[in-house]
Design a protein around this ligand. Structure first.
Ligand SMILES: NC(=O)c1ccc[n+]([C@@H]2O[C@H](COP(=O)([O-])OP(=O)(O)OC[C@H]3O[C@@H](n4cnc5c(N)ncnc54)[C@H](OP(=O)(O)O)[C@@H]3O)[C@@H](O)[C@H]2O)c1
Length: 271
C-alpha cells in the first residue's frame, strides 16, 4: 500500500489531539492531500479546522487506513462509528496505550487487519520512536504501510509479540518523562551549588539534549562515550561513583522505575 493508494481510498483519523495532530501535520507536509483525510474529533483545534480535511462528516465506507488516536478511556464511546469498516480491507492502526489487539478484534471484528503502535511524545517534533505489532490479518504490506505513516513522526521499530508492548511502554513510552525529570534534578542540583535557576536549567537542559544527540550520532556506545569523558580520579568519576552505585545509584532506581511503569501498563491492559 503506497501513499497514493492511501490518498485514493482515504484515511480516517479518530481523535485528533496531541498525537493525532502531530501525525496529521507530518502526512500533510509529506504530500497527503487534505481531501483524502477524514477526521472525527468533538473539539477540533483551529489548526485542524484550517487544514481542509473532512471534519466530522460522514466517513468513507472502506478507507485504506483508520488511525485510532483517542484516549483509552474514550475508546468504548469512540469505536462504534468504525464498525461498518470492520472485517474488510480497511487497516486499523491504533496508537492508544493499553488497548489490546484482542479488544479491537472483539469490537471491530476478528477478521480485521489491526496494528497496535506505541509512540512517544517527541513525535510532536518528528523525533519520536514507535513500536508496532500486527494481528494475524495484518500482512507485510499492512505493516509497511503503518511504518510509512508512523515515520512521519520519527523512527519505527517492529516487535515480535504484543506482550512486549508493556515493556516498550515502560521504556520509550514513559521514558521522555524520566528524562525531563533528570533535567529537573540536574538543574536543582546546580541551584543548590549556587547557580541561578535560569542558568542551572539552561545548563541541564542543553547538556541532556547535547548528550542525547551525541549518543545518537557518534557511532560509539553510550558506555564508551561515558568512559571517554571519565578521566581517572577526575570530577566526572567522582560524580559517577555516586550515580553508578549498584545499591543506591541509578541502576536499581531505573530498574524499579521501569518495572513500575510496566506493571501499570499491564494493569491498564487488564482493565
Ligand atoms: N501523547 C503521547 O505521548 C502518547 C504516547 C503514546 C501513546 N499515546 C496514545 O495516543 C492516544 C491519544 O493521546 P493524545 O495525547 O493525543 O490525547 P489527546 O490530546 O487527549 O487526544 C485525544 C483526542 O481524541 C478526541 N476524542 C475524544 N472522544 C472522541 C470521540 N468519541 N471520537 C473522536 N475523537 C474523540 C479528544 O477530544 P476532546 O479533547 O474534546 O476530548 C482529543 O482531541 C492515547 O490513546 C494515548 O494513549 C499518546
Amino acid at each position: 500500500m503506497t501513499m497514493d493508494d492511501i490518498a485514493a481510498r482515504g484515511l480516517v483519523l479518530l481523535g485528533c489531539g496531541k498525537m493525532g495532530s502531530a501525525m496529521l501535520m507530518g502526512w500533510l507536509a509529506g504530500g497527503l492531500p487534505a481531501g483524502s483525510v477524514y477526521v472525527r474529533d468533538p473539539a477540533p483545534s483551529d489548526w485542524l479546522s484550517g487544514t481542509g480535511v473532512h471534519l466530522n462528516t460522514d466517513l468513507p465506507v472502506e478507507p485504506a487506513i483508520v488511525l485510532i488516536a483517542v484516549k483509552p478511556q474514550m475508546m468504548a464511546e469512540a469505536l462504534p462509528v468504525l464498525l461498518p469498516m470492520g472485517n474488510g480491507e480497511t487497516l486499523f492502526l491504533s496508537v492508544a496505550a493499553g488497548t489490546s489487539i484482542a479488544t479491537y478484534e472483539r469490537v471491530l471484528g476478528a477478521e480485521s487487519p489491526i496494528i497496535r503502535a506505541m509512540p512517544n511524545t517527541p513525535a510532536a517534533i518528528g523525533r519520536g520512536i514507535t513500536a508496532i505489532i500486527g494481528n494475524a490479518h495484518a500482512s507485510a504490506d499492512h505493516l509497511d504501510a503503518a511504518e510509512t505513516l508512523l515515520s512521519a513522526v520519527g523512527q519505527v521499530v517492529r516487535l515480535d509479540a504484543e506482550s512486549q508492548m508493556d515493556a516498550v511502554t515502560g521504556v520509550s513510552g514513559s521514558g521522555p518523562a524520566y528524562v525531563f525529570h533528570m533535567i529537573e534534578c540536574l538543574a536543582q542540583a546546580g541551584e543548590a551549588q549556587g547557580l541561578s535557576s535560569d542558568l542551572a536549567l539552561e545548563l541541564a537542559r542543553t547538556t541532556v539534549a547535547g548528550a542525547g544527540a551525541l549518543a545518537m550520532n557518534s557511532g560509539e556506545s553510550p558506555e564508551q562515550l561515558r568512559v571517554n569523558v571519565t578521566s581517572p580520579n577526575g570530577t566526572t568519576q567522582a560524580g559517577l561513583d555516586i550515580l553508578m552505585d549498584e545499591a543506591t545509584g541509578l541502576p536499581p532506581l531505573i530498574e524499579r522505575t521501569v518495572a513500575a511503569a510496566v506493571n501499570r501498563s499491564r494493569e491498564l491492559a487488564n482493565g
